[in-house]
Each structure stands twice: as C-alpha cells, then as structure tokens.
Design a protein around this ligand. Sequence first.
Ligand SMILES: *Cc1c(COP(=O)(O)O)cnc(C)c1O
Length: 297
Amino acid sequence: MPDTLPAPVDEVTAFFPNSRGIRIFILRLDVMHPIISGNKWFKLKYNLEAAHNGNFRQVITFGGAYSNHLIATAVASSAAGFSSVGIVRGVHAQQNLTPTMQACRQQGMRLHFVSREAYALRDDTQFLQDIEDLFGNSYIIPEGGNNDAGRKGAGEIADYIHQGATHVCLPVGTGTTFAGLRNRLDVAVGMTGFTAVKNGAYLEDEVARQLNDQQTKNWALETSCHFGGFAKTTPILLDFIRAFHTATGILLDIVYTGKMMFGICGLIERNAFAEGENIVCIHTGGLQGNPVDLSAA
Ligand SMILES: *Cc1c(COP(=O)(O)O)cnc(C)c1O
C-alpha cells in the first residue's frame, strides 16, 4: 500500500439554506481508493506494517456480513502480500452471501462464519487461540481495527484537515477513528461524532477510555441520528442522500456518512454551531455497502 494518498476537500456550504456565515467542507476520504475506502485505509496501515515486521504471512480479523472493514482488510492484505481470514458474525450469513462477502472471497479472503454467541468472544484469548489452531499462526486485527495501531493511523487524518478549520464532524462505529483523530488534532478544534448504532451513549465511555490525557477536551457524540439502528434506513434518509447527491455531486452511504450529514443539517438548523465556524465533515467512505444506487437523481 502507498504510504499516503491524496484526498480532496469540497465545499458544500451552498447545500445548507441558512448557514449564517458557517462554512461546511467535506474531506473526501471516499475517493482515496475504490474499495479500501476512507478511514479503513488509515486504520489498517500500521496494523499491516506490524504484521510485516512480525514476519506474519496471514491476517485474521472480524466483522459482519456487510462490513467495510472486512472488505478493506481483504483488499489491503492481498495487496500487501498477506493471506487473510475473515471471522463473520452470524452463521445465517453463510447461506446467502452478501455482495460484501462475495467481494471478500474474490480477494482471496477465507471466510469463517460463527454464531453471535461465539462472535461475542472475539477478544477472548482462548477463542483467538482456537481460531489460530484452525487457520494457522496469524496477525490478529480486532474488529474495526480497534487497537493502538488503528488509532495511530486514524490520527494521520489530522494531516488532511486544513488550517482554519474550527470543527470536525465524523461518523462513529467503534470510535477508533474518532479517538485516534482526537488524540492527534489540536484540542482547540472541536469534534462531533455521529453514532451509527441505536443507544450509542455507551460509546462516550469507549472513546474517553482511548484518549490521551491532554486530549480529553472539546468533543461530543450525537447519538440520536441512527434512524432506528445500525444499517437501518427510512425513506427520509434515502431521500436525503439522493437530494445531497443531486445538489453536491457527492454520494453518501446509508450506514455512516448519510446519517452524519443528516445530523449536521439538524445541528445547523438548531443553531448549534457559532457564526463563522469552519466545519470539516469527514466522508469516511463505505459506498461499497449501499444496497441500491442512490446516485440516480
Ligand atoms: C467503519 C466505518 C466508520 C466507523 O469507524 P470507527 O473507527 O469504527 O468508529 C465510519 N464510516 C465508515 C464509512 C466506515 O466504514
């Protein structure tokens, strides 16, 4: 994998009817690579480096049947010369492979489907030992790249945020990207994370736990824009994504970035941002998981 990749920044202020001097930009991590989109590339970077330095030949990681992390790992591992194994949540997913699972297989990833009960043990030492007994000695990347190497890579997203930005918005799954970036970004820059799951308030503790002592200030999570739960959609969300695409030419995904942008609209309508703020919203990618083409105007 290349060491750095370019990502453009687009201004989308015109989409917001009443922005009162606030300027809104989108950092397009989605266009960095066609599949290893966005934040996943950053979270994998130092994990694959560690796998290489440890002379591992295989990578094992974890995710659901639509996981952006699994397909990104499959592609990045094969590009870096590793074989890969994906431990997938839910045995039912085996019968009717999702397009994401098919793509993982095409990249040479071996898939191993486990029950939700077994999947819950994914960080357990004995469970991991059993998996390695089955598949051989491997470098293990936790679900979502949620480890120090993942946070270190995510922190490098800070280098893409322009001087003058006063606030950064991004979607939150495990919180790895958010915490990694909070640890690297100037604490004077505010951060808001939009959680993709229902009842996402627990992620406040998750994120807080991952922050360095000097970097614990000036951030918040917005937990109400989940549209019914992880990967759930409503006609309002889908209409919003289509309207955003028509107006800006930028396509959002249904799981993370669509919900974040919808949430940002709400915050701007409620005057939650001060006049003159310079907001950078991070497009973390995820378009591979969209169930239908939402770009049709
Ligand atoms: C995985 C993912 C996220 C969440 O990242 P975390 O580091 O797990 O919080 C956000 N957006 C997209 C598009 C993703 O694929």
